[in-house]
Design a binder for this molecule. Structure first.
Ligand code: HEC
Length: 128
C-alpha cells in the first residue's frame, strides 16, 4: 500500500459563493478522487505523481433532502453510483468534528483557507 493523492472537485456555483461568503451554499457538491501515487518513473526522479484510481467519495449539501443538510456517498473504483452513508456514519462524525468550515476540510484547501480566515467562517479550534 503506497501513499495516495486526493483531488477535490467542487461545483462552480459553490466555489464562487465560497469566494464571496466563506461558506457553502445549498446544492454544493464535492467529489474527492483518491489515486495511488508513484515515484521514480520516466524523468520524475524525486517527486511523486498520480496513478490509478483507488475510489471516489461525494459530499453533497441539500438542505431539504438530508436531515443534517449534508450527506456522504462512497464509490468503489468501478461503481457508477454511490451509497448514502447515513447520518451516523464515520464520515459525518469526522467531518462534523474536524472540518474547518461547515463540515468540510477547508484547512487542507490552501486557496480557500485565506478566504475563510478573511470572512471569519472558520470553526474555532480546528486550525492553528
Ligand atoms: C477520520 C476523518 C475522516 C473520515 C472518517 C472521513 N473523512 Fe472525508 N475528509 C477527511 C479529510 C482530512 C479531508 C480533506 C482532504 C484530504 O485530506 O485529502 C476529507 C475530504 C473529503 C471530501 C472532500 C470535500 C470535503 O468535505 O472537504 C469528501 C467528498 C469526503 N472527504 C468524503 C468522505 C466520505 C464519503 C467518508 C466516509 C465514507 C469520509 N469522507 C470519511 C477526513 C475524513
Amino acid at each position: 500500500m503506497g501513499e495516495r493523492f486526493d483531488n477535490v472537485f467542487v461545483t462552480p456555483q459553490g466555489y464562487k459563493a465560497f469566494l464571496a461568503t466563506g461558506t457553502w451554499p445549498d446544492k454544493t457538491m464535492f467529489i474527492m478522487e483518491v489515486r495511488w501515487s508513484a515515484s521514480k518513473g520516466s524523468i520524475n526522479k524525486v517527486g511523486h505523481y498520480q496513478e490509478g484510481l483507488v475510489g471516489m467519495e461525494a459530499h453533497v449539501k441539500d438542505e431539504s433532502r438530508f436531515p443534517g443538510k449534508w450527506e456522504f456517498f462512497g464509490f468503489s473504483s468501478t461503481a457508477q453510483t454511490g451509497k448514502p452513508q447515513g447520518a451516523k456514519s464515520s464520515c459525518q462524525t469526522c467531518h462534523a468534528t474536524n472540518g474547518a468550515v461547515d463540515n468540510t476540510f477547508v484547512q487542507f484547501y490552501p486557496t480557500l483557507l485565506p478566504v475563510a480566515k478573511a470572512k471569519g467562517t472558520l470553526k474555532p479550534g480546528v486550525v492553528n
